[in-house]
Design a protein around this ligand. Sequence first.
Ligand SMILES: NC(=O)c1ccc[n+]([C@@H]2O[C@H](COP(=O)([O-])OP(=O)(O)OC[C@H]3O[C@@H](n4cnc5c(N)ncnc54)[C@H](OP(=O)(O)O)[C@@H]3O)[C@@H](O)[C@H]2O)c1
Length: 310
Amino acid sequence: MKKVIVALSMLVMCLVVQAQERTDKWGVPYVKLNNGVEMPRFGLGTYAVSNDDCKQACLVALKDGYRHIDTAHAYNNENGVGAAIKESGVPREEIWVTSKLWPTEYGEGKTLEAIDAMLERLGLEYIDLLYIHQPIGDYVGAWTDMEKAYGQGKIRALGISNCDAKEEAYKTIVEGMKIKPAVHQIECHPYAQRLDMRKKHEPYQIVTECWFPLGHGDKNLLSDATIATIAKKHNKTIVQIILRWHIQEGFSVIPGNTNPEWIKENISIFDFKLDEEDMKTMRSLNQEKRFYNMSLDQLEKFVFARQLRR
Ligand SMILES: NC(=O)c1ccc[n+]([C@@H]2O[C@H](COP(=O)([O-])OP(=O)(O)OC[C@H]3O[C@@H](n4cnc5c(N)ncnc54)[C@H](OP(=O)(O)O)[C@@H]3O)[C@@H](O)[C@H]2O)c1
């Protein structure tokens, strides 16, 4: 019974989100965030991509109609994102740029400086969405400075990432801080549909943005026989069905890729729709199976050992 209620409320939530949206000329839907700013719900992920490859991938993506790029200081490729934006000729205001602060940059005073350094690496005057990357260290101090930078017009929306791993951080920021997060970036794909976390986002109209939307290229997910049947029905690939499912669930989705053919394939999902039966089948694949399984303790060690480019 509880599962049915959760599923129904998810469905209502998706319908409400999608009813309020406009789309651009490529068909990408734009969600109005809880601060009134509009964000394209589809973009390019750049995790584990070198600066040069990142620049090339962003150039291809911007040519193909992508208007949302997700980077992070920890990816050491913000330079590449900024260079591609300049070279692309696409007006800055048409592109949604997301980056993330690393825990070693958290703290009042320190975070404001880190934001200025980030703007310099990106070569931009403002960032559309800035996340705290991990719920570790002085995230309250970081958020306080992010609120200041938001007030100064350097950031258009604030977000949290991976706070599903730490309930206390989620509550502290969502309930205790002046500005509520507009987006929460978490691992989410057909094998881990994150029903509990999505429910927690609802009261605050926090958009769920999915990292590892393709299970980080997991071979089993990308050859799943059930999804293959739906793909055949629509004459699409398994990857396109997964991405279309993300969009129809109301998520923001940022598949990572440097292969020009795949970049094109991944945005070619706005010329068809999954029907209710397809969506039901996709939802039935949920096992809440995660592909990234680092504990908070392990993450803390990793976080403070990570080398970042200035
Ligand atoms: N906030 C966080 O902590 C966090 C964590 C992770 C990621 N992220 C963000 O989320 C983005 C997405 O995650 P991700 O890039 O790690 O994983 P992903 O998007 O789930 O999967 C990317 C992988 O899927 C495969 N792929 C993509 N398009 C394909 C296609 N059309 N056909 C076949 N295979 C395809 C490629 O695998 P192969 O190249 O291996 O073949 C690619 O490397 C990241 O780039 C990053 O921006 C955020």
